[in-house]
Design a binder for this molecule. Structure first.
Ligand code: KIV
Ligand code: ZN
Length: 512
């Protein structure tokens, strides 16, 4: 059996089904590039038949990504498969991923089909897909609650029809590690043509076991893991890519497998996702949380100072968290900055490197120490910010303890036109948001406001994420600045720009 585990990332498909994690086309492309740079084997770009927007983004990702395979999901129906193929055909390595449910409860109540009808649909779907490509994945949705004998028959049949990857999802996160491993072993033993396909697993986290089930399945012989960055996904999410990879890397004698992932890109990729979807990484999140490598108790600190291995099973550097090293300053040249950017997983054009380098110098004028996190914040702020309809030019606020309401005076550019206004609020952030909303002419509901310090010290960059809602449309925005009121204003305006962009995007792609 091969010792290589393929990493199939579905952040852009299952991950995007996570509440509040919708991404626009530019954001999806950014994530796709990061996944490719990290060494992900297969990027599931979306579900092309779901909507015109999905079709367009899958097609754009297929046109952009060169190294990784690009998969398009489709139901086991000819029209869905044709649509998926149209979206991915431009990819250097396209994969059709077709699925149908195989559990009694899904077949009876969702599909209203008998097992024989499902078997027939699955075989026809794979045959239909094989007119386009030999790279076909078949998923038996809700496999973990399916009858094992039926699952074995289904698996054998789709492999006979041309499926080269067979995915066994724990769709509702119901399985337990031993049981799930047993199922994989059973299939590998009882499906006569099992050696002709890669067995894959796709585990949901409803009982908090997505990673444990994935790891158990790998030990049992699965050789593809379907995962998402930070474990985002439908309901409680999917197995987290960074956790699966670091389990494999940290316990080589247990798993005895390798992946193609450059682990030093794990943290930058998860941070990028967090910025894009506006959901902060929880502090206690394994691998990437702020506390994952922090040692608080005296005994632990003492141990780590004497020898890191006392309480550290992996180093922060190994997952791309340089964290406490001072990296750049006022005198750093473009070359050093570019090297740092590459280290952090960003491949930028010469023009963009100059933009980052100028911003680093501006920040170095007001902040003594520049950390990796500061550089990342600058990249996200300067390079990846979507072209702005609304732009902040000047902001002053006044607040205090005198009982007088806080005031904000804002000068903004709206479609190139300068606008100014002053407003009151219960505090400086409220006054700033009221003023901006009035200038822009919308009054969205503020659903989330989160503020954190990006690096240590009182001169740290403050990072603000907001989520706003205007009717049915929602948008997240983020902003970073050493002044937290300015960071808040930037985040709010960023969200306003994204809200405006969402309306434009629905007409941007003219899908055939
Ligand atoms: O959870 C699931 O079963 C899925 C399939 C479509 C692979 O997402
Ligand atoms: Zn899923």
């Amino acid at each position: 059996m091969s010792d290589r585990v393929f990493i199939f990332d579905t952040t852009l498909r299952d991950g995007e089904q996570s509440p509040g994690a919708t991404m626009n086309l530019r954001e999806k492309l950014r994530i796709a590039r990061q996944l490719e740079a990290m060494g992900v084997d297969i990027i599931e770009a979306g579900f092309p038949a779901a909507s015109e927007g999905d079709f367009c983004s899958v097609r754009s990702i297929a046109e952009t990504v060169k190294q990784s395979q690009v998969a398009g999901l489709c139901r086991a129906m000819p029209a869905d498969i044709d649509r998926a193929w149209d979206a991915i055909r431009a990819a250097a390595h396209p994969r059709i991923h077709t699925f149908i449910a195989s559990s009694p409860v899904h077949m009876k109540h969702k599909l209203n089909k008998t097992p024989d009808e499902v078997l027939d649909m699955a075989m026809k779907a794979v045959r239909h897909a094989s007119q386009y490509t030999t790279n076909i994945e078949f998923s038996a949705e809700d496999a973990s609650r399916s009858d094992w004998e039926f699952l074995a028959k289904l698996t054998q049949s789709v492999i006979d029809c041309g499926a080269t990857t067979v995915n066994i999802p724990d769709t509702v996160g119901y399985s337990q590690p031993d049981e799930f491993a047993e199922l994989i072993r059973y299939l590998l033993k009882n499906v006569p043509n099992a050696h002709k396909a890669v067995f894959s697993v796709h585990c949901h986290n409803d009982l908090g076991l997505a990673v444990a089930n994935t790891m158990a399945a790998i030990r049992a012989g699965a050789r593809q893991a379907e995962v998402t960055l930070s474990g985002i996904g439908e309901r409680a999410g999917n197995a987290a890519l960074e956790e699966v990879v670091m389990n494999i890397n940290t316990r080589p004698t247990i798993y005895q497998v390798t992946t193609g992932i450059d682990a030093e890109k794990l943290f930058p990729a998860c941070r990028l996702l967090s910025h894009v979807i506006g959901q902060p990484i929880p502090p206690n999140k394994a691998i990437t949380g702020a506390n994952a490598f922090a040692h608080e108790s005296g005994i632990h600190q003492d141990g780590v100072l004497k020898n890191r291995e006392t309480y550290e099973i992996m180093t922060p550097e190994s997952v791309g968290r340089a964290g406490t090293d001072m990296v750049l300053g006022k005198h750093s040249g473009r070359h050093a900055i570019n090297q740092k950017l590459e280290e952090l997983g960003y491949r930028l054009s010469a023009e963009d490197v100059t933009m980052v380098s100028d911003a680093v110098k501006r920040l170095a004028d007001i902040k003594k120490t520049i950390y990796d996190e500061d550089v990342e914040a600058i990249v996200l702020e300067e390079i990846y910010r979507i072209p702005d309809k609304f732009r902040l030019m000047h902001l002053t606020t006044h607040s205090g303890t005198t009982g007088v309401p806080a005031t904000a005076a804002v000068i903004m550019e709206v479609d190139g036109q300068e606008r100014k206004l002053a407003q009151f609020g219960v505090g400086p952030v409220d006054a700033t948001f009221n003023t901006i909303a009035e200038i822009v002419g919308v009054s969205p509901v503020l659903e989330r406001f989160h503020i954190s310090a990006i690096s240590g010290g009182t001169d740290a960059l403050g990072e603000v994420t907001v989520k706003i809602r205007d009717g049915k449309r929602t948008a997240v925005g983020r902003g970073a600045d050493p002044d937290i009121i300015i960071a808040s204003a930037r985040a709010y305006i960023n969200a306003m720009n994204r809200l405006a962009k969402k309306t434009e995007e629905t007409t941007e792609c003219t899908a055939p």
